[in-house]
Design a protein around this ligand. Structure first.
Ligand code: SAM
Ligand code: SF4
Length: 494
C-alpha cells in the first residue's frame, strides 16, 4: 500500500470480503500481489491549504484514523480527515505518531464491535497518556458514554451524525474538558464538508442518503445512523462536477438503501434520474451505487443501466434469506417470489448485469427447510458474488429476543454449505467468461513487472499482464484467459 493509501486504515468486517459495501469477494490469486500505488494527487479536492491558514485551530497537531466496517464508514473517515486537515491538523500513519487517535467503528455484528474494544485495550498499559483517544461511528452511537466506563482513557465519543462538530469537540478537550460527546441523531445534517481527504485516486465515494427508515429486525443501522436523510440533487451534482474536475473518473454513490433516495429539493429528481445526471457529468466514465434495497428497486433503474453506458452493469441487491417465512420474521418487506421477480427483471436487461447479494444464515427460528430454500435461491438467482454471515444478535433489535436461536455450530455448518455452493456457481459462471474482452479501470500493480489488476464495469477483479508500465488509473481492454471463483485473469488487448 502506498503511503497515502495507508493513512486511513480500513478493515473488512465481512466474511472474507473486501469491505461492507463491497461487492465481490475477490481475494487475489497468490501469484499476483496487488497493491495500490502511491496516490498521484493530494486526495484533497478543495483548497485545503487555504483553509488550513484560515482556520488554524489544529495548529499542526497530528491525527491518525483507523476505519472498521463498510464503505460508508470509509467515506466518513475521508470526510473526518478532510475536516481536520482543513482545521490545520496533520495526518500521520500510526497511532504512535499521533496526538489524536480516532477509531471509526462498526457494530453491525458482535465481532466487529469487539475488535474495536480490543484495539482500545492496547492503550490500557501505554505510557503515552498525552494522546486524545476518540471513538467514532456506530459503536460510539450505540454505546455512548458507556465507552468511558469500559475504556476510561477514551476522551471523545462521537456518532456519524455529529462529525461536523469534531473540531469544536477537540477544542473543548484542549480547553481542559476531560470527556466530550457528540451523540445527536435527530439532525437533518448529512455531513457536508468543505474538504474531503479522499483515499482512492480513481474512485470517489459520495454519500447521497444517510441513515435508514427500514426496520429489519436484526439490524442496528437505524439505531446507529438514525433516520433516512437524502442530500439535495443539486449539491450532489455540484460535488460530482468537482470530483470530475479533480480527475476522478469513477463515482460510487453510497447509502444504506441508496435507491430509497428522495430528493429533498423542489426538483424531486428520482434515483434513476440522479444516476443519469451523474453519468452525464463531463469526465465521469463510471457510476456505481450501493446498497440497493429490493423493495425500492424498480424497472426505471434497469432502464437507466441499459441505456447509459457509464452506469456500471452491477447491482448489489441483498436478499438475506430465500425463505419467505424468515424474510417476514426479518421484516424485509418482500417475499422470495417478489425478490426473484426483481432478479428476472435485471437478468432480462439487454446488457448483462452482474448481481451480488448479502445472506444471513441461522436467523432465529430458521429451520433446515428454510435454509434449503436459501440454497435453492442461490441456484435461481445465479449470483455473481455473495457476502454471507452468521446471524449475530444485536442490541436494541427486535430479533435479539426472538426464540429458537440456532446453535452456533449449526450456523457455522450452514455458512460453509452456502459458501461452498456459491463458490461452485461462481466457478462455473466465470469459466464461461474465458475468451471475452472487458474494459477495466486499472487500480493495482504487482511488484512483478507487467502484472496489473483492475475492475470490470460488472465489478469483477481482472488480473492481467501487459508490456506497458504506466497503466494505473487507465481504462484498458483485457481478454480473459483464466477464471477462478473470485477473480479472472487475462492479458491486455494491444
Ligand atoms: N442496507 C443493506 C440492506 O438492506 O441490504 C445492508 C446494510 S448492512 C450494513 C450489511 C449487511 O450486514 C446486511 O445486508 C446483512 O446481510 C448483514 N447484517 C446486518 N445485521 C446483521 C446481523 N445482526 N447479523 C449478521 N449479519 C448482519
Ligand atoms: Fe439495516 Fe434493513 Fe436498513 Fe439495510 S434496510 S440498513 S439491513 S435496517
Amino acid at each position: 500500500m502506498g503511503p497515502l493509501a495507508s493513512r486511513i486504515r480500513a478493515h473488512a468486517t465481512r466474511g472474507g470480503s473486501s469491505d461492507c459495501g463491497k461487492l465481490f469477494d475477490t481475494p487475489m490469486p497468490p501469484s499476483i500481489d496487488v497493491r495500490l500505488e502511491s496516490l498521484t494527487r493530494s486526495g484533497l479536492e478543495a483548497p485545503a491549504a487555504a483553509l488550513v491558514q484560515a482556520q488554524p485551530s489544529g495548529q499542526g497537531a497530528t491525527f491518525y484514523i483507523e476505519t472498521f466496517g463498510c464503505q460508508m464508514n470509509v467515506h466518513d473517515s475521508e470526510k473526518v480527515a478532510g475536516v481536520l486537515l482543513g482545521r490545520g491538523y496533520l495526518q500521520v500513519d500510526s497511532p504512535e505518531a499521533a496526538k489524536v487517535v480516532f477509531y471509526n467503528t462498526c457494530s453491525i455484528r458482535e465481532k466487529a464491535a469487539h475488535k474495536v474494544f480490543s484495539r482500545l485495550g492496547e492503550f490500557r498499559t501505554r505510557k503515552d497518556s498525552g494522546k486524545i483517544i476518540g471513538v467514532l461511528g456506530c459503536v460510539a452511537q450505540q454505546e455512548g458514554e458507556k465507552i468511558f466506563e469500559r475504556a476510561p482513557w477514551v476522551s471523545l465519543v462521537c456518532g456519524s451524525a455529529s462529525y461536523r462538530k469534531l473540531p469544536e469537540l477537540l477544542d473543548e478537550l484542549e480547553a481542559g474538558n476531560h470527556r466530550v460527546t457528540g451523540l445527536d441523531k435527530d439532525t437533518d445534517e448529512t455531513f457536508e464538508t468543505e474538504v474531503t481527504r479522499r483515499d482512492n485516486p480513481y474512485r470517489a465515494y459520495l454519500t447521497i442518503i444517510e441513515g435508514c427508515d427500514k426496520t429489519c429486525s436484526y439490524c442496528v443501522v437505524p439505531f446507529t445512523r438514525g433516520p433516512e436523510r437524502s442530500r439535495s440533487s443539486a449539491l450532489i451534482l455540484e460535488e460530482v462536477r468537482r470530483l470530475a474536475d479533480a480527475g476522478y473518473t469513477e463515482i460510487q454513490l453510497l447509502g444504506q438503501t441508496v435507491n430509497s433516495y428522495r430528493d429533498p429539493s423542489s426538483r424531486r429528481v428520482s434515483f434513476a434520474e440522479l444516476l443519469a445526471a451523474v453519468a452525464a457529468v463531463a469526465g465521469v466514465r463510471r457510476v456505481r451505487f450501493t446498497t440497493s434495497h429490493p423493495r425500492d428497486f424498480g424497472r426505471d433503474i434497469v432502464d437507466a443501466i441499459e441505456s447509459i453506458p457509464a452506469l456500471c452493469d452491477h447491482v448489489h441487491l441483498p436478499v438475506q434469506s430465500g425463505s419467505t417465512r424468515v424474510l417476514r420474521a426479518m421484516q424485509r418487506t418482500y417475499t422470495r417470489e417478489e425478490y426473484l421477480e426483481k432478479i428476472t427483471m435485471i437478468r432480462s436487461a439487454r446488457r448483462a448485469i452482474s448481481v451480488t447479494s448479502d445472506i444471513i444464515v441461522g436467523f432465529p427460528g430458521e429451520t433446515e427447510q428454510d435454509f434449503e430454500e436459501t440454497m435453492t435461491l442461490l441456484e435461481a438467482a445465479k449470483y455473481d458474488g455473495v457476502f454471507s454471515f452468521q446471524y449475530s444478535p444485536r442490541p436494541n433489535t427486535t430479533a435479539q429476543h426472538m426464540p429458537n436461536a440456532v446453535p452456533d455450530e449449526e450456523k457455522g455448518r450452514r455458512l460453509i454449505a452456502l459458501q461452498t455452493r456459491q463458490r461452485d456457481i461462481q466457478t462455473a459462471h466465470n469459466e464461461t467468461l474465458i475468451g471475452q474482452t472487458y474494459e477495466v479501470l486499472v487500480d493495482g500493480a504487482s511488484r512483478r513487472a507487467g502484472q496489473w489488476a483492475g475492475r470490470t464495469s460488472g465489478n469483477r477483479v481482472l488480473n492481467f499482464t501487459s508490456p506497458r508500465s504506466d497503466l494505473l488509473g487507465q481504462y484498458i481492454q483485457v481478454r480473459v484467459t483464466h477464471a477462478g471463483p473470485n477473480s479472472l485473469a487475462g492479458e491486455q488487448v494491444i
